[in-house]
Design a protein around this ligand. Structure first.
Ligand SMILES: [Zn+2]
Length: 267
């Protein structure tokens, strides 16, 4: 198991108290932060502090990097690993942030099959992750996702779930798990849920998970992660087995957390 605080520089980053302005940013911009209890919030803040000290943020297309950007991205990336044995995404050094939607040219076709059609096709992306970095994020989408979990879309959860998936070298929809029996359950539950999403979306049925998750197993895990952190009560109700497998992996009970926050609101 990794011991992320064994690193001297990481411990040094924690010598200073967590900045009050950063807490203000979290309260204002990250809805999930308000769902955490005191202990969870303290643990997340520690991770955020080290993450911000360690990772390089680069603004692209004229975007100036601010504390808001650093803290919101760090909080959501670290929320995923809060319950896991982890090494704070050690292979990730740089996060590139664009102000709004990026259009990437599709992979260049070979010289001989070049057609005018390819020239026009552009794919709109709000994020992208590579096994050895960087992670690319679009700030507009990050902000929206952090404030509005009810949409089920969160580009930071999505891209960082891809990084966790790729920790074992392959993007196959299964990150390194904790035991052999967990792999067995994971395979059974995930293939059933993946097929179900595929069939439902092919038939044009309305689905709880975003149909984009039917693209392949890696996208399925990333999309399921978004919903696990964004709409856990609903996931637990409609996709119990999937919820349980993810709760077992992330070692977090997000549904309980959301329920608690709703009770606090009612009081
Ligand atoms: Zn993806």
């Amino acid at each position: 198991m990794f011991r992320w605080l064994d690193d001297v520089r990481r411990r040094e980053a924690l010598n200073k108290p967590f900045p009050a302005e950063w807490r203000g940013i979290l309260r204002r911009m990250v809805t999930h932060y308000a769902w955490l209890d005191t202990g969870e919030a303290a643990r997340l803040e520690q991770l955020v502090q080290v993450f911000v000290a360690e990772k390089k943020f680069e603004g692209c297309n004229g975007l100036e990097i601010t504390d808001e950007i650093r803290v919101v991205v760090a909080a959501e990336a670290c929320l995923l690993i809060m319950g896991l044995p982890h090494d704070l995404y050690r292979r990730l050094a740089t996060i590139l942030v664009y102000p709004s939607t990026v259009f990437t040219p599709p992979e260049r076709p070979g010289v001989f099959i070049r057609s005018p059609l390819f020239e026009q096709e552009q794919i709109a992306i709000s994020g992208q992750a590579f096994a050895r970095g960087p992670v690319i994020l679009v700030w507009d989408a990050v902000k929206r996702g952090a404030r509005h979990p009810e949409t089920g879309h969160n580009v930071v959860y999505h891209e960082f779930a891809h990084l966790l998936d790729m920790l074992d070298g392959v993007a196959d929809g299964a990150p390194p798990l904790h035991s052999r029996s967990q792999y067995r359950t994971w395979a059974a539950v995930f293939s059933e849920e993946f097929q179900r999403l595929r069939n439902d979306s092919e038939q044009g049925k309305k689905t709880f998970l975003d149909p984009y998750g039917a693209t392949n197993e890696a996208e399925f895990f990333a999309v399921a992660t978004e919903f696990f952190f964004d709409k856990p009560i609903e996931m637990q109700k409609d996709h119990r087995a999937l919820y349980d497998v993810l709760a077992g992996y992330y070692m977090q009970d997000t549904a309980e957390r959301e329920r608690r926050s709703l009770e606090t609101l009612e009081q």
